[in-house]
Design a protein. Structure first.
Length: 258
């Protein structure tokens, strides 16, 4: 695949005097700066007697090109942390920095642009449109960006080739195996050339062989494209092959020493 194209300026200037001037667009590869940092992030759900603290002062650092696992038992806060990293939810307190930019100070629109241009998502359940071909599924994020049809087709084909499914572009999800469907979902996530891909149990629904193939594909994309990955997994065998493993327990995140 080609190098990451320069995204358009997602962050318009003139955000108000309190905000730092956000880079527009975010600069590519800014030295030793972390790609992502969470500083003392908390998340509280509900109020009063129903209040529940899902994250308790989480600190996390992900460097450019890093491939990290987040592990933890059910209810430990993994989805909450992923939703915050994916700008789908906001922390109750604390800071989220993306390449040094304070995400919590961005407007809703700017966060949407950050999601669209810099983040990719892969879920356990694939989330493909059923009566839609692999090619059209992969094109979808580009359609949301308003890219012209010919460019969409070309880039979607390139992404399907990258996941080894070039021959399957006209097939619908029902005609594909679980492993192939997840590879289509990965193609859809990388078609925008994201800086980081957030994957919530991407191999959770797959048999061992397909899980291994999907994992190998993610490693390859990490190596070849430099895409960073955060992968929630219960599979300690896979996690052991990543650059770093972070463990969540009752809303507290700790980095395992490798
Ligand atoms: P995990 O992904 O590790 O299973 P979650 O992040 O989904 O954990 O949930 C962490 C805790 O926060 C759980 O106890 C869950 O019940 C609670 N929780 C998650 N979402 C909500 C919500 N919207 N309202 C109230 N409690 C929630």
């Amino acid at each position: 695949m080609n190098a990451t194209p320069s995204p358009p300026a997602p962050f318009p200037a003139g955000e108000g005097s309190q905000s730092p001037s956000p880079p527009a667009p975010l600069p590519a590869g800014v030295g030793s700066e972390a790609l992502i940092e969470l500083r003392e992030v908390t998340k509280v759900y509900g109020q009063g007697p129903a209040e529940f603290q899902a994250l308790r002062g989480v600190n996390l650092r992900i460097d450019p090109g890093e491939f990290v696992a987040i592990m933890g038992p059910s209810g430990s806060g993994k989805s909450t942390a992923m939703n915050i990293l994916g700008c789908l939810d906001s922390p109750t307190s604390g800071a989220y920095l993306f390449r040094g930019l304070h995400v919590e100070r961005l407007s809703r629109n700017q966060r949407a642009l950050l999601r669209r241009y810099y983040l990719g998502f892969v879920f356990q359940g694939f989330n493909l449109l059923a009566r839609t071909t692999a090619l059209e599924n992969v094109e979808l994020p580009l359609l949301y960006r308003g890219e012209p049809r010919a460019a969409r087709h070309a880039r979607a084909r390139e992404a399907l080739d990258a996941v080894g499914l070039g021959q399957w572009e006209q097939h619908t999800p029902a005609e594909l195996s679980g492993g192939q469907q997840q590879r289509v979902a990965i193609a859809r996530a990388i078609v925008t050339h994201p800086t980081i891909l957030l994957a919530d149990e991407p191999t959770g629904n797959l048999d061992r062989h397909s899980a291994e193939q999907v994992f190998e594909l993610m490693l390859e994309l990490n190596r070849d494209l430099g895409t960073s990955f955060v992968v929630v997994t219960h599979d300690s065998g896979l996690a052991a092959r990543m650059d770093a493993v972070w463990r969540l327990a009752d809303g507290v995140l700790v980095k395992e020493s490798c």
